[in-house]
Design a protein around this ligand. Structure first.
Ligand code: ATP
Length: 358
């Protein structure tokens, strides 16, 4: 029996987690699902959105499934990602026939975007220009303009790239590309930076990624983020593993999700050291549709499938993905974002029916 901690977050996170937990509970899989207090309800009774007992339950669980973050639950995701140091973001972008892609030929889109989760400009380090000018007045940009020339009004943000984190995520991406190659994929890492503007920081990430890919015997290519954005729209079926620095991965994974059919369909897994991982949809709490029971549960169901792989139920994870694929192919039980009239629960129930007979 594997224990799963489900944390809804807020907004549509509540609806999609409820529907997914119901699906998992009726799937017949050896799972015990627990829902410790979190979010606004926990703040009411415990004075914090993430009580210690919830952290403990998540640390001890085999799998952690999160819904969607919003203002009252950002502390939950902040703990899952930043405090638990989940440095490797895995965001599969996969089109199943029947999904509503805006592209003319989405058939065959099947790649994984890897997002470096721990550095870059996240989780946000900012300060006043007056302090920067005092500390580093002569730090000069590539046009020769020094920090002090900007004056002391305004703010600055700091971007950090360390060789340790760059190497860690590059090896992680390469291991995934090798695994995919063994299943017939190209075995290619495409690295995304802006090293033409930031040759030292982004350049370090690029060099590290290239070295890791060469050592792993993988094909390697690098594109600046503007060019990469264009390529993800124009040539999405030629992607395999797309390795992104933190901010670029944040932006491009939303773009990629849309090419495959929408934000409601994109899952993610976030991996740290010592087996720590949590799984969540790429989308947020979507206040515009929250509480109406019409959110698409696919991103959360596919995140649960990734979680099943992680907890050692690989073939069940694959079966669950295939069940999602069949529901899209059938096309009769889809939520409004996909052109249907089904509710969140009805769609999840259709997936569990397909899972049971698959
Ligand atoms: P956040 O700032 O937390 O990312 P947001 O509302 O800006 O919140 P999302 O919550 O990711 O961004 O959603 C953007 C839009 O995509 C929403 O307005 C919503 O209409 C749509 N959307 C997102 N997730 C889903 C879903 N699961 N089902 C249907 N539509 C969705």
């Amino acid at each position: 029996m594997k224990t799963v901690v489900a944390l809804p977050g807020e907004g549509i996170g509540i609806e999609v987690i409820d529907a997914t937990c119901e699906l998992l509970a009726s799937s017949g899989l050896p799972l015990k699902i627990v829902t410790p207090p979190q979010g606004a309800a926990a703040t009411k009774s415990y004075g914090t959105p993430l009580p210690e007992e919830t952290k403990q339950a998540a640390r001890e669980a085999d799998g952690v499934l999160f819904g969607a973050a919003g203002p009252s639950s950002s502390a939950v995701v902040s703990w899952l990602r930043w405090e638990m140091r989940a440095w490797g973001g895995v965001r599969p972008i996969r089109f199943f026939p029947g999904m509503r892609s805006p592209l003319a030929n989405p058939e065959g889109i099947d790649y994984v975007l890897i997002r470096e989760n721990s550095e870059g400009i996240y989780p946000g380090r900012e300060g006043d220009m007056a302090d920067l000018v005092r500390l580093m007045p002569d730090l000069t940009d590539r046009s020769g303009r020094a920090v002090k020339d900007y004056g002391t009004e305004g703010r600055f943000a700091v971007k950090i790239v360390t060789p340790t984190a760059a190497e860690r995520i590059a090896r992680f991406a390469c291991a995934l590309a090798q695994k995919r190659r063994a299943r017939g994929k190209p075995g290619k890492v495409m690295c995304v930076t802006k090293s033409n503007v930031l040759p030292r920081s982004d350049g370090l990430f690029q060099e590290t990624a290239e070295r890791a890919a060469r050592e792993a015997g993988l094909a390697f290519e690098h594109f600046h983020v503007d060019d990469a954005a264009r390529r993800l729209v124009r040539f999405p079926t030629s992607m395999d593993v797309v390795l992104c620095m933190n901010l670029y991965g944040d932006v491009l994974s939303d773009l990629g999700a849309e090419t495959a059919g929408g934000l409601g369909l994109a899952p993610s897994g976030n991996f740290g050291d010592g087996g720590w991982a949590y799984f969540e949809s790429v989308h947020g709490s979507a206040p515009d549709i929250a509480g109406r029971g019409i959110a698409n549960p696919t991103a959360t169901i596919l995140s649960a499938a990734l979680m099943l792989n992680h907890v050692g139920l690989e073939s069940d994870g694959e079966r669950l993905e295939a069940a999602v694929g069949r529901v899209y192919r059938d096309g009769t039980t889809l939520t409004p974002d996909q052109g249907g009239t089904a509710t969140t629960r009805q769609m999840a129930q259709a997936v569990v029916a397909a899972f049971r007979t698959g």
